[in-house]
Design a binder for this molecule. Structure first.
Ligand SMILES: [Zn+2]
Length: 56
């Protein structure tokens, strides 16, 4: 019965991304041509990319 207690650590899926300028990437939802579209925007230089990973 010596079962080790499980580590109930909540694995967060929230990941932070940063632009090359050092600004933080925020996800935005745009409504474009009849559908919602998620884009990533740097809050500092306002650069937008389709995915947060594209800022690398
Ligand atoms: Zn930036």
């Amino acid at each position: 019965m010596g079962q080790a207690s499980k580590n109930a650590r909540t694995s967060s899926t929230t990941q932070k991304f940063f632009c090359s300028c050092g600004g933080e990437i925020r996800m935005k939802t745009l409504f474009e041509s009849g559908k919602f579209k998620n884009i990533a925007e740097c809050e500092k230089c306002k650069r937008t990319e389709r995915r947060p990973s594209d800022f690398k």
